[in-house]
Design a protein around this ligand. Structure first.
Ligand SMILES: [Fe+2]
Ligand SMILES: [Fe+2]
Length: 567
């Protein structure tokens, strides 16, 4: 400004300066008010950070009277700059894009912490020209200021080209600097609030997930819940669990993605192969911000499932220090990348999964040991009663088929199987000369033989885990019309499991040879079952047996009878 060297002139200049200062202060006050008012209008929900950035950029463009601009923030993990808001013709596609920190004006502003101002962007070598055409704006004038909290730079805000085509003035820089201070403060506070809020919510989710994981001992269910939990906790598109096959030293997928999942299930990765293989080999958790650019990334799963992996978080699952698999979450939802916080929470989840998997595995082993013991007991009876070789296994098989046709639930079927295995356990207490008598039993011998339904429950009653099989053992010689023994129970008074075993037991007795008689042909035995339906046997159980027979489900067991039996 040109001023005359007169007292009147100085006064005019002073007055003009005061007006300008006042005007600048007013503009700044207005700017602060707009920024703060905007914050109160935006609800603090998980997704609202994006709206917040968008709002700030809108205010900045309005107050600086510019056509286009962006807010870029530093990514804690990749150390890249990410476009979190962008406005101007065709600029929407920029949001979410990464910009390597070393590049362009933004990189310089981040490194130095100083503002950048140019009125001739066309000839400025520091400007990355590619963003001009991308956003449909040829930058002539450009302002870029750091978003700082104390000396820490969070990111930058940059604006391009004033609406009135005039170059930027120093005034614009002051205004943008002042706005940036306000915006940085609110961004930092909001981010911190959100981080803690999200942390609290995620800890709650993690607690709920741990309870869910540990409320089942079924291995398959633990795996399914682990994958669901990975997706939910990480707010990702998909979660997957890969376990190590000790025999082949490979990782295999446990996934549930419908048809896609079935195809992925066929894939096996060597330890060290792919990102999951790398985690399994090193035991290190990892965040991959851009999977397609990571040299460790293996495309097999994407190709098989027509899925596109953008980013990934992957942690090891360890039991007592040994890596047994890895847990992955793929493609974070929203615009925020996976963070260091996510990594901590995901590792906690993987530790919970490890405990749940180990418990389920131990339970499975215990169950197998228990069933093995029951089978050994069943074999002990067979060793004593040589004339009924294979009887127990056949009764087990017939009973299981009937149970399925009768719609028994999984737990009921398990109970039926164990009861079938042990139904004649009481024969251990019957004298060998009766069990092995080659001829028909007399009345007193019959009475002794019948006692096996009373002796059996006494043998297993001391084993708590076997209490549920006692009713089936005790009543498998009851008859539906009430003429059986030991208690003469009638109809539905007889436990269903005992009614099922009664049919299997009798059919096997009819169709196998005894020393004093040949076994009946199968068709004759089936006819016999039909005849006794409703008197000796429960009609619906006989019907279930006939259905299983017609469906050829009994063939294998029928073939397994001793070779001398009648076909
Ligand atoms: Fe029996
Ligand atoms: Fe039997």
């Amino acid at each position: 400004m040109i001023t005359k060297r007169s007292s009147k002139g100085r006064r005019i200049t002073d007055q003009t300066g005061a007006v300008l200062r006042l005007k600048r202060e007013l503009t700044l006050e207005r700017a602060k008010r707009e920024v703060l008012q905007g914050v109160s209008r935006i609800p603090l929900e998980a997704q609202s950070l994006d709206r917040l950035y968008d709002h700030y950029l809108g205010v900045i463009l309005k107050l600086t009277r510019t056509k286009a601009g962006s807010i870029l923030l530093l990514d804690e993990v990749t150390k890249d700059l990410i476009f979190v808001a962008s406005k101007g013709k065709g600029s929407e596609g920029l949001v979410g894009k990464h910009l390597p920190l070393g590049e362009g004006i933004a990189g310089w502003v981040i490194r130095t912490g100083h503002s950048y101002f140019t009125v001739d962007a066309e000839h400025d070598r520091m400007i990355r020209k590619e963003f001009g055409p991308e956003i449909g704006v040829a930058p002539q004038n450009r302002l870029c200021v750091p978003l700082k909290i104390a000396r820490r730079v969070l990111g930058v805000v940059e604006v391009l080209n004033k609406k009135d085509r005039r170059p930027f003035q120093r005034e614009d820089l002051y205004l943008l600097d002042a706005l940036a201070v306000q915006v940085a403060t609110v961004i930092e506070n909001t981010r911190l609030f959100k981080k803690y809020d999200s942390k609290v919510r995620k800890l709650k989710t993690l607690k709920e997930i741990s309870r869910l994981l540990n409320s089942t001992l079924d291995e398959k269910e633990v795996k399914r819940r682990a994958m669901e939990a990975a997706t939910r906790l990480m707010e990702a598109e998909v979660g997957s669990l890969l376990l190590i096959d000790d025999a082949t030293h490979e990782l295999y997928f446990e996934v549930e993605l419908g048809k896609r999942g079935e195809r992925v299930k066929e894939i096996r990765l060597k330890i060290g192969e792919g990102i999951a293989g790398w985690v399994a080999k090193t035991g290190e958790p990892v965040i991959v911000a851009d999977a397609q650019k990571d040299p460790r990334f293996n495309r097999k799963a994407d190709e098989k499932s027509s899925f596109v992996t953008r980013n990934m978080i992957c942690v090891p699952i360890k039991i007592k220090g040994k890596i047994i698999g890895v847990l992955q979450a793929i493609n974070k939802l929203g615009t925020q990348p996976f963070s260091k916080w996510d990594l901590e929470e995901f590792q906690s989840l993987a530790d919970q999964v490890a405990i749940a998997l180990e418990n389920a595995h131990l339970y499975k082993e215990m169950k197998e040991t228990f069933l093995g013991t029951a089978e050994a007991l069943g074999d002990a009876i067979e060793a004593k009663d040589v004339y009924t070789a294979g009887h127990t296994r056949r009764v087990l098989s017939y009973s299981t088929m009937m149970g399925k046709h009768l719609g028994l639930r999984a737990a009921e079927l398990e109970s039926l199987k164990l009861t079938a295995l042990l139904h004649d356990i009481g024969k251990i207490g019957v004298d060998d000369h009766i069990l092995r008598k080659p001829g028909k039993l007399n009345e007193s011998e019959k009475k002794k033989m019948e006692e096996h339904t009373v002796i059996g429950p006494r043998i297993v009653e001391n084993i708590k885990q076997m209490h549920h099989v006692i009713p089936g053992i005790r009543h498998h010689h009851e008859k539906y019309n009430g003429t059986g023994q030991p208690h003469g129970l009638k109809g539905d008074e007889i436990p269903l499991i005992a009614r099922i075993i009664a049919v299997a037991d009798c059919f096997d007795a009819m169709t196998t040879d005894r020393p004093y008689r040949k076994g009946l042909p199968i068709q004759t035995a089936l006819e016999e079952l039909r005849k006794l339906s409703g008197t000796q046997f429960d009609g619906k159980v006989v019907e279930a047996f006939l259905r299983a027979y017609r469906a050829n489900e009994l063939n294998e067991t029928l073939m397994a009878r001793p070779s001398s039996s009648t076909a």
